[in-house]
Design a binder for this molecule. Structure first.
Ligand SMILES: Cc1cc2nc3c(=O)[nH]c(=O)nc-3n(C[C@H](O)[C@H](O)[C@H](O)COP(=O)(O)OP(=O)(O)OC[C@H]3O[C@@H](n4cnc5c(N)ncnc54)[C@H](O)[C@@H]3O)c2cc1C
Length: 227
């Protein structure tokens, strides 16, 4: 999008598109490891926090999540590193060894398992960096160009519970953009966008408290440093 904005006068003339130039992206490494035996994990989806100094990571047990691997003879684990700048230069073998060592800390059963196959994919600058201040530079779905609508995990102003870096948000905003096109053209049938389940009570309470604090700050004319 940044290249389009730089090269297309129609976009570059408009501040809402020029603001996109303020956004940054992060490096990601996606890995998949096949093991010689099944190692049960307590949870199918997991966050690896504090394992790397600058990168965060997740790992998923695909035997529990994907039909394709439900009956696999060994564990199939996918692990992704976000903010993986420092890890990009490592060899595939080094990355795989790192993933295995992290897994062993989380689930001791991996100590006795051997990696029989693996894949390591590097995605430099591939993922939107949702950082303090970035909200102000992200675009809305409807733009000042009447027949141009935006979709993707990075747009803002989406009245839906699918937030942040997620395929769900990308999907929801895609449907919403298509619905805006239907509105604009006056023809076609709109897609139904299902909302997420209601927040659990403690999350709902925290959101209410946050809104109350923001309301007070707004009434005092104080701006959030994050927006
Ligand atoms: C390693 C990794 C793991 C992830 N894991 C999860 C997860 O477990 N769960 C989850 O919900 N989300 C996950 N995400 C995030 C999720 O993938 C993204 O939020 C989602 O794909 C964003 O969709 P998008 O349509 O906004 O952008 P993208 O999926 O990036 O799609 C943009 C498309 O535009 C194309 N494109 C770019 N420039 C041009 C151009 N000039 N002309 C034509 N086409 C162009 C690109 O090739 C790409 O296909 C993960 C992301 C990564 C990288």
């Amino acid at each position: 999008m940044q290249k389009l904005v730089q090269q297309c006068r129609l976009l570059g003339d408009r501040q809402e598109f020029r603001k996109v130039m303020n956004l940054r992206s992060i490096d990601v490494i996606a890995t998949r490891l096949w093991f010689d035996k099944l190692v049960p994990t307590r949870y199918p989806a997991n966050v690896l926090s504090g394992f790397e100094t600058t990168a965060g990571a997740t790992f998923f047990n695909l035997n529990n999540l994907q039909d394709e691997y439900r009956d696999a003879p060994g564990s199939v684990i996918t692990a992704d590193f976000y903010g993986a700048n420092e890890l990009l230069p490592l060899t595939d073998e080094e990355v795989v060894a790192r993933v295995k060592s992290h897994l062993e800390v989380c689930e001791r059963g991996f100590k006795g398992a051997t990696v029989v196959d693996s894949a390591v994919l590097r995605f430099p600058k591939a993922v939107t960096h949702f950082s303090p201040g970035s909200y102000a530079s992200r675009p809305f779905q409807a733009t000042s160009i009447p027949n141009c609508f935006l979709a993707g995990d990075w747009v803002k102003g989406v009245s839906h519970g699918a937030n942040g870096l997620s395929q769900e948000r990308a999907y929801v905003t895609g449907l919403t953009a298509a619905n805006l096109v239907v509105d604009h053209c006056g023809q076609g049938s709109k897609a139904v966008v299902l909302d997420v389940e209601p927040d659990e009570p403690h999350i709902a309470a925290a959101k209410q408290a946050n809104q109350a604090v923001r309301g007070v700050l707004d009434s005092l004319g104080l701006k959030s440093p994050l927006l």
